[in-house]
Ligand binder design. Structure first.
Ligand SMILES: Cc1ncc(COP(=O)(O)O)c(C=O)c1O
Length: 412
C-alpha cells in the first residue's frame, strides 16, 4: 500500500486516504510512493513468481491496496513477451521482442490501469466514475466498474472505433458521443463531475491508473530474465530500447517509475532502457516538444489520426514523459497513418500478431530508427503492442475473395 502521494511537478504532498485528482497546488499529476525499504526483504522477483497470483496483483506490495484479495480484477497482466521471428522486414533485428498487451481483459493494456483505479475508488467509497476516452480506456473502465458494481459514465469522440463504443455499452456504462476530440470530452466530463459528484478517472488526473500500468515494467524485466535463462535471484535484465505508442503517456510514465522503484528494491542496477515515444504525424505534441527541448508540450492543433489511442492533443503528464525521454537518452518519432497500417499488416503477416494501429506504429518507428542508425541490429528492443487488432477490423480492407462451389477444384 502506498504511503505517500506527491505532485510529480512541484512535489507538494497530499493525503493518501482521500479521494483526489490533480495537485491542489499546481494542477499536475500526483504520484504514489511506497516504503520500499520495509518490503525490500520479502518482495523479491522469486517470491512474486512463486506467489501463485495469476494477475498483475502479484506486485501488490507496490500497488495501492492493503491486500491483493481486495483488488477488483479480471485477470489483467501476465501478458507474453514474444520474440519476433527474423523474417521479411523483421530479418535485420537480432533481438526484437513484442510485449503483447492484447492478451489483457478487454483486449488492451488499459485493463491494468483501470483495475488499479477502480480498486482504489472502491476502497475510498466511490459509487460513480466518469472519464473521457479515445476508446480502449472506456471499455476497460466500463468492465471494471461493472465488476465492482459502480456506475460508469463515458464520453467519447463520435468517430471512436465502434468496438470500443459497443464494449462500453454492453458493460452497462452510460455512453455519450461528442463531436470533437478527447480533450473536448474531458471538459464535459469535468462539468459532469462538478454537477453530479462523479469521480474523474481521466488518465493521470486519477493517481492510480499509472500504478496499474507500471506493472508492465516489472513484468518486462521478469519476462526477459526468463527468456535469457537468468535466475530471478540475479539482478534482472532490461532491454536496451523500449518503443511505446504514446497518447496520454501513462504507460511510459508508469514503466519509468517502475524502473526507479525496482532499482531501490535491488531488483535491477542503474542501467535504463532508452525510451522511445511514438506518435502519429498529425497528432504529435510530445515529439514536437522533444525536438525543441521544451519542458512542457503545447496542445497540437487540428489533431487527426486513425490510431484513436494516439489522438491526444494535450497531456497533463507531458513533462513526465519529456523528462523520461531526456534521462533515458531516448527519442520521439512520428509515423504516418499509412505507415502504421502497413505495420499492422506486417506484424500479422510475419509474426502472427494482429496488432492495434498503435502497435503497428511502434513497429514502423523501430524499422525507421534502424535505417537511420539510431538503433543497432544487435540491441535488445521491446515493442509494446498495446491492444488487439480485432477492435479495428473496420480499418482493414478485405480483398475480393473467391466463392467456392461443391465441385471445387474442378474448373467448371
Ligand atoms: C491501443 C492504445 N495504445 C496506446 C494508447 C496510448 O496510451 P497512453 O495514454 O498510455 O499513452 C492508447 C490510449 O487510448 C490505446 O488505446
Amino acid at each position: 500500500m502506498h504511503v505517500s502521494l506527491n505532485c510529480g511537478l512541484c512535489g507538494v504532498s497530499h493525503p493518501v486516504d482521500r479521494l483526489q485528482n490533480l495537485c491542489s497546488s499546481c494542477g499536475r499529476p500526483l504520484l504514489a510512493g511506497y516504503d520500499l525499504e520495509a518490503v525490500r526483504a520479502q518482495f523479491r522477483p522469486a517470491s512474486v513468481q512463486s506467489s501463485g497470483v495469476r494477475s498483475m496483483w502479484r506486485f501488490a506490495p507496490v500497488m495501492p491496496v492493503d491486500n491483493a484479495r481486495d483488488a477488483v480484477t479480471l485477470g489483467e497482466g501476465l501478458t507474453p513477451l514474444l520474440r519476433a521471428e527474423r523474417r521479411g522486414p523483421f530479418a535485420a533485428f537480432e533481438h526484437l521482442y513484442v510485449k503483447d498487451e492484447s492478451f489483457n481483459p478487454t483486449g488492451s493494456f488499459k485493463a491494468r490501469g483501470m483495475s488499479a483505479a477502480i480498486t482504489r475508488a472502491v476502497a475510498l467509497g466511490v459509487t460513480e466514475v466518469a472519464l473521457p476516452s479515445a476508446g480502449n480506456a472506456a471499455g476497460a473502465a466500463a468492465s471494471y466498474a461493472a465488476k465492482a458494481g459502480l456506475k460508469c459514465h463515458v464520453f467519447m469522440p463520435a468517430d471512436t472505433p465502434p468496438a470500443n463504443i459497443l464494449e462500453s455499452v454492453i458493460a452497462g456504462a452510460d455512453v455519450a458521443l461528442v463531436n470533437g476530440l478527447i480533450s473536448d470530452c474531458g471538459k464535459l466530463i469535468q462539468r459532469g463531475c462538478r454537477e453530479f459528484g462523479w469521480f474523474d478517472l481521466s488518465t493521470l488526473k486519477e493517481p492510480f491508473r499509472v500504478e496499474g500500468k507500471k506493472t508492465m515494467g516489472y513484468e518486462l524485466a521478469m519476462d526477459l530474465a526468463h527468456d535469457q535463462g537468468i535466475s530471478l535471484d540475479e539482478p534482472l535484465p532490461l532491454p536496451d530500447v523500449i518503443f511505446y505508442p504514446t497518447g496520454g503517456g501513462t504507460g511510459l510514465i508508469g514503466m519509468w517509475k517502475a524502473f526507479d522503484e525496482m532499482e531501490r528494491l535491488g531488483w535491477i542496477g542503474s542501467q535504463r532502457p532508452r525510451m522511445v515515444v511514438v506518435q502519429a504525424e498529425h497528432c504529435a505534441p510530445i515529439v514536437r516538444a522533444f525536438q525543441t527541448g521544451a519542458e512542457f508540450a503545447q496542445p497540437f492543433p487540428n489533431a487527426a489520426t486513425i490510431a484513436s489511442g494516439l489522438r491526444v492533443p494535450a497531456a497533463v503528464g507531458d513533462f513526465l514523459m519529456l523528462r523520461a525521454l531526456k534521462e533515458s537518452g531516448g527519442t520521439a518519432i512520428t509515423v504516418t497513418d499509412a505507415e502504421l497500417m502497413e505495420g499492422v499488416n506486417e506484424l500479422a503477416r510475419y509474426q502472427g500478431i494482429y496488432a492495434c494501429p498503435e502497435g503497428g506504429a511502434v513497429w514502423k518507428a523501430a524499422e525507421h530508427l534502424l535505417s537511420t542508425g539510431w538503433l543497432k541490429p544487435h540491441e535488445k528492443i521491446v515493442l509494446f503492442n498495446t491492444g488487439t487488432g480485432h477492435k479495428y477490423n473496420h480499418l482493414v480492407k478485405l480483398p475480393e475473395l473467391p466463392l467456392l462451389h461443391e465441385n471445387w477444384p474442378a474448373t467448371k
